[in-house]
Each structure stands twice: as structure tokens, then as C-alpha cells.
Write a new protein. Structure first.
Length: 429
């Protein structure tokens, strides 16, 4: 049974099996109907060996007599009726003068049938030809119906419903059809396509939401320098008319306006930098894990040493000798995080490498004051702080988060048990 199921796993094999079964049934029914019609026709027709025997008898006294009877060929001598005289007694051979016998074989037995039997006979003849044809047509229809019902009906309805759902911009459904045939593979491929579309759609909406958050944050931060510039210009307009400002005061105000304008320029540069990240392509290359960590340690120590901050590095549970990553992107992420940590560290920064499943996990912990509650609440958002904020947040973290996602990972913010800020980088390898 299991072997038969495996053979019928494809649509072609199942269709061939249905056709063969149908063909066998049609042949059996056709032969049975022909045999039955033939037997019924034999029942309707008399025996083909039936003959008519005519006896012309001449008696010795001059009388003549004619007798007719039917019998089977070869049995006529046994079926001759007994001749009786006028008084009812048997006639002796001495009383007979001459006997002439004529035998006529019936060539067309159909002519002997009654009208009703003739009709039945003709119907049987037609049925012997028509029944196999009818069985063949019915068999083809039943074969097609069974094949469609068993193998095509359900998956086609599921696919139709799924396409309707997608056309209505709904990807929150699941196409489930368990079968090893071609339709099952088609449904599985369609389900994989739906999952990819759903994931792509979610990523797209996430990117749009992240872009909206960045734009909203930047727009909010632009208000401060714009308000400052507006305040200074209004102050100048009011006091210059009355000649109430000294030259030094005017120079101070213009210097502040210039600083504020440069802040505006930095904001616009930040937006261009974030937009440029979308065009970066991940170029993975297989590199030595040990060498990569040694290079990272060497480069980052130069950064921390120039700021007078120590760097402790730990690398445990590195099970793979080689990993496939884009080292340029990883370096850029680490540089942004370390630069951010250097602003708040007191004495040292701890850097650790670990591997878990298909991810390289890099943890950076400083000994500063840690992230504020507001930053931790919004740690999954791309929020740029105001210029006056003294928190572990900014363009570097935004860039790092975006680059982590492009490399198939993520970035998590938290506070270490020691009180310092902790950043975990997940990189898909």
C-alpha cells in the first residue's frame, strides 16, 4: 500500500492509474454486456439446426397422405410420427405402397420470430455496439471527475483564494495543502512566496516607520536652532533701530547665529548620511575569526588610548574558525558605538565577542552613567536627541542600528548591572 501511494504521488502517475482502472472496468462491463446480449439473442432465435420434414405417404389401397413436422438435423429418423389407420391402429409396412420424404432447412431463423421478439433481437444487436461506446464515454467522464475532485479541486480553490487575498493587499494568512504531488509543491512554493512578500512588506513598513521617526526627530530638533536664530534676528531688529547695541554685542550675537547655523548644517548632513546608508550593499567575505578579532582589538585600542580610556577584550565560545561577514560594515558599527561610549566612559570599556547559532554577538559596556529611562523605552526607535541632551543616543547609534539590520542582525540597548551603558550587536554570519 505504501509503495502504491509513493507511485501515485505525482499527478501523472495518479492519472495513468485512474485511466488504467477505468479502462479495465470498461472492458469488463463491455464484455459482460456483449455476452449477455448474445445469450439473450440465442434465447430469442430457434435452433439453427431446425429442419422441416415433409412425408408424402401412399397407401396400398390408393390413399395418399402428407405429414409435416419439425425436428433437428440428424434426428429426423427418430422423430417420424407413428402412422395410424382409420380404426386408430398402427399401419403395417404391408399397408404402405410408397413414402416420399422431403427435408427443408430453415436458412433465416429471424423470419420465424414474432414482431416483439424481432424488436428485442434488433435492440440486442444495437446494444452490443452501443454499450461499449457508452461505457467508454461514461468511464472517461468519471475518470476526469475523480481526477479533478481528488487532485485539482482543493488546491485550485486554495490558490484562487490566496491570490484574491493578495490582490486585496492581505498577506496575513497561511496556505496549507499537504501533498507530495505537483499541486502540493506548487502550493508550498506559493506559500513560500507569500512569506517572502509578507517579510518584505513588514521590512518595508518598518523602514518607512524608521524614516518617519528620524524625520520627525530631526524636524523637532530643527526647531531649537531656528527659534534661536529667529530670536536673535528679532532682537537685532528691535535694538538696532534704537541704537541700543554696542559693536561687541553685535559681534557676539552674530557669532551665536553662525554657531546655530552650523548646527543646522550638521543636521542636514546627518539626514544625507542616513539616506546614503540605504545604498550600501553587504559584501560578505570569509575571514579568520581570530584574525578579525585581533584586528578589531588593535584598531579600537588606538581610539580609546587617545582618549585615555582602557579597553578590555574577551573572546569566548568562538566555535567557528572562519566567519562570512562584511568587515567594513562591522568596523563602522564598532567605531560608532565606541565613539559614543568614549563620551561617557570614566576609565574603561569592556568589549566581548561570542557566538550563538548563526550570529556573532559583540557586547560593549562602559562605566558611565548608563542610558536614561527615556532612551531605554525608545530603544527600538530611531530617535535623534537634541543637541543639549547628555545621553547615550545620537547619529552614531542610528547608523549602527541601520547597518546591523542590513547585515541581517540587530542592535540592543540596555544598562549593565554595574550601572554603565550596554550595547549588544547581533551580526548574522
Amino acid at each position: 500500500m505504501e509503495k502504491l501511494k509513493r507511485k501515485c504521488s505525482s499527478l501523472q502517475n495518479y492519472f495513468v492509474l485512474i485511466v488504467l482502472i477505468t479502462f479495465f472496468v470498461v472492458i469488463c462491463l463491455s464484455l459482460l454486456s456483449i455476452w449477455g446480449c448474445q445469450k439473450f439473442r440465442e434465447y430469442l432465435l430457434p435452433n439453427s439446426n431446425t429442419i422441416w420434414v415433409t412425408l408424402n405417404i401412399t397407401y396400398s389401397d390408393g390413399r395418399t397422405e402428407e405429414l409435416e413436422f419439425s425436428t433437428e438435423l440428424g434426428q429426423e429418423m427418430y422423430d417420424i410420427p407413428r402412422l395410424t389407420g382409420a380404426e386408430g391402429g398402427l399401419i403395417n409396412n404391408s399397408e404402405l405402397s410408397d413414402i416420399k420424404t422431403s427435408i427443408e432447412k430453415i436458412e433465416n431463423n429471424f423470419d420465424m420470430l414474432t414482431p416483439k421478439r424481432k424488436i428485442a433481437y434488433q435492440i440486442c444487436g444495437i446494444s452490443m455496439i452501443a454499450m461499449p461506446l457508452i461505457f467508454s464515454i461514461v468511464g472517461i467522464l468519471i475518470c476526469g471527475f475523480i481526477f479533478y475532485r481528488k487532485k485539482l479541486n482543493k488546491p485550485l480553490k486554495l490558490l484562487e483564494n490566496s491570490m484574491e487575498q493578495i490582490s486585496n493587499k492581505n498577506l496575513d494568512f497561511k496556505l496549507s495543502y499537504t501533498s507530495n504531488d505537483e499541486m502540493g509543491k506548487l502550493c508550498n512554493s506559493f506559500e513560500k512566496m507569500r512569506q517572502i512578500l509578507e517579510e518584505t512588506n513588514k521590512e518595508l513598513w518598518k523602514m518607512i516607520e524608521e524614516r518617519r521617526l528620524v524625520q520627525a526627530s530631526v524636524a523637532h530638533d530643527l526647531r531649537n536652532p531656528i527659534s534661536i536664530i529667529e530670536g536673535y534676528t528679532e532682537y537685532l531688529q528691535t535694538n538696532l533701530q534704537n541704537d541700543n547695541l554696542s559693536k561687541d554685542k553685535i559681534l557676539e550675537i552674530t557669532s551665536n547665529i553662525n554657531k546655530t547655523a552650523k548646527r543646522l548644517e550638521r543636521y542636514t548632513d546627518s539626514i544625507r548620511t542616513i539616506n546614503a546608508l540605504e545604498d550600501i550593499e553587504v559584501n560578505r567575505k570569509e575571514i579568520s575569526t581570530r584574525k578579525f578579532i585581533e584586528d578589531v582589538k588593535s584598531d579600537l585600542k588606538q581610539m580609546t588610548k587617545s582618549k585615555g580610556i582602557g579597553l578590555d577584550l574577551e573572546a569566548e565560545k568562538l566555535f567557528k574558525e572562519k566567519i562570512k561577514i562584511d568587515s567594513y560594515i562591522i568596523y563602522r558599527i564598532l567605531e560608532n558605538i565606541i565613539n559614543n561610549a568614549l563620551r561617557y566612559s570614566k576609565e574603561k570599556i569592556n568589549l566581548s565577542f561570542n557566538m550563538q547559532e548563526n550570529y556573532l554577538i559583540i557586547s560593549i559596556v562602559d562605566d558611565g552613567i548608563g542610558f536614561s529611562e527615556d532612551v531605554l523605552k525608545g530603544r527600538n526607535n530611531l530617535i535623534m536627541p537634541t543637541a543639549s541632551s547628555n545621553e547615550h543616543c545620537g547619529l552614531g547609534l542610528i547608523i549602527s542600528r541601520i547597518l546591523c539590520k542590513k547585515h541581517g542582525g540587530k542592535l540592543e540597548l540596555s544598562n549593565d548591572i554595574s550601572g554603565g551603558a550596554k550595547v549588544k550587536i547581533f551580526i548574522e554570519i
